[in-house]
Design a protein around this ligand. Sequence first.
Ligand SMILES: [Zn+2]
Length: 84
Amino acid sequence: MSAQPGGAAPIRRGSPLPFLGATMNVNEALRAICSTGEGFCWYCDSKLPAADSAIREGWDVQRMAGDRVATIILVCPTCLHAEG
Ligand SMILES: [Zn+2]
């Protein structure tokens, strides 16, 4: 029942997600993050719903420039609207 330590590192809440690739398709990124079950809004910590729901609801994936690798963050529709 408990996860095995030493396995794949879970993505921490509120942490940028590693993004590997030269281009980013938001829908594909949402599906990839959903598949990990570890997606949370960068701002309010809302849990990412199923990919289809997230796409329909308007979740966004935004790229952040990192020192070594580009990272992406999730933004829920509520926070997107709050940002204006
Ligand atoms: Zn949010």
